[in-house]
Write a new protein. Sequence first.
Length: 654
Amino acid sequence: MIFPFGNENYIFCRNSMEVEIAKEKYRKSFKGDFFGKLNFTTLESFIKEESIIYWPLVEDKIRVNVLSRNASICVLESIIRDKKDFDAYFQGVNSNSFFLATQIYSIMLKSVKNNIPVEAISERIGKFKRSIYPQKVFLDIDSIIKSYRTVMNKYKVIDIAMLIENYLKKIYPSNVYQENIKNKKFYIYKANNNSNFKDSIEEIYSLETTEKEFDIVNINKIIEESCVYEKNESIEIYEKEFENYFDMLFYLEEKLGNIIDDKVYKKSNICIIVAKTSSIIENVIKDLSLKLDTDIRFLSNNYDVRNSSIAISSLFALALKMDMQYVFNDDEKIEFVKLILEGIYNNKNSDIDLLSEDLYEEFDNQIYESMAIENNPTVYTSELIKEKDQIFKENIKGDSEIDTKEYTGKEALEDIKSKEIYNLEKKDINYISIRKNLNIYIREIRETEGILPSLSDENHTGFIKKFYRKYAELNEESINEISKICKLIDELSIFSEKSSGAIFSLRYDDMIKFIKEYMSNFTSMRRKIENKDLGNILLTGYAEYLNSSIDSSIKIILDAKSIAFDASIESEIDTDLAYMDDSILSNIDGENIDEFYRDYQEKAIVDDICKLIGNNGKKDEKVYILSSYNTIAGYEQENRFLNIFHEIIKNNYN
């Protein structure tokens, strides 16, 4: 195929990870400066970019404000929480407001991608979901969607689902748009072992082909088409079952050690595949890595904001600024104080300079107000001494006493320089000491000018960034966390304006609480590519392995009996069956829905297994299937994945 370079050529990939893989393959396949003349993208990203450009075809506006997934879920979570508290919504559903919000967001997105009106989706879910729920639950879903979209219209913003909906209904069919895209050429990138980039792409002639090929807006593909399985004659499959989880781990350690010692396979060709990555798995693998004295690298990680010291501390600093400390617990406050004290200890000279006389003279009135010493400095001074005595009663010496009768406001400011908070030893900065004197430390930090950025600054994200630059160690993970936090606060700020007659407003304490409890920072795509190519043993989740075009010679499937290996067809309030064509659903009724569900799930599992052990060329390959009858917590486990795997092995490798 002669491949035409140019700005009007689009290479569609299934996901963002595949976009990066395709770009890397392209760089290695072609010489010359052609890379900037190609567009590698996903279908969803393409629709978003095109919709923003052609939005005047939808309404009389030049641009549209599109909310991110996190911002949309935050708004949904707030609406759901209020409905649950005051209107008894979702009674009998065992999920909190956040998980319900993520599911409803997914429901709306899948609905528009499958060309099903959002207004009708809750009724379809109620009809085809196997779990027995009162009809009111599905009426609640419909009511939440309507309330959410009313709020979005009120504030003149849209989410990704609404963007795609408008693209499919108003932009794509228009003559103006069709005329403008007729010169564009579309290609699909098909991940395979071909080193030649040209052989990895296939030209298509409509976006509908892309939708069908990648199963992006057509969930029926899995039931309509058979898996094309190419048997690899060179593959060897080994299976071993264990009575308990720990025996399985001991065997994993032994087997990995033998593989490494044989030196037949490079470490980069070894991949450990688990059902889902978790903190337990991470700790197990890190311990195993130490025992084997070899680097087992995680393909990606999920960093929760609530587990990040700098992210929590930055949010608490903002809460101090806004008098919303009650959102945080004592452990989170201690992390904040510890970060501040360590920052002061490590940068004593620069921090003390921030309290210089020139600084206070420049902002005299503001500082006097914040410290309540403008009219009666002796009150503040005496309180300061009491606090100092309480915090440092074991270290206070007689010469630290002050004659408050002759103490002036100027001298009170000078005393700040000598606060023990600036003269702590390293041994004094510990969790026990901080917990003991937590509230007093926080009060001094808040009231002492120079420790925190200006509390009068109305720019909340600017305040967080200044705090971060002052106290954090600069690294990719923390930069991404702070960047995502600031971006989300900026996005959600439009909902915090409480105008008269407003149907919805988002309080800042709810916003901070949402970010603290539910926001996560994921490994970037470029970092995943680097981890994949660094030459270490990889650990990855099952779905991530299938979506990352990893081509390992040795696959170790750990805990193969885990229920998480089964294809997920239903969530708490959703089911894939609701998005199928009416021609398929017309054959389903109350008597055969369970059988249809099992057939559909089996087809999905078979497709995934074919991707796992098939279609990987003809190279030598080994697959180790390790399973345990019990989970790490001791509960019995069983899934369909392993039984189906047995059938495939029996039919193809015996």
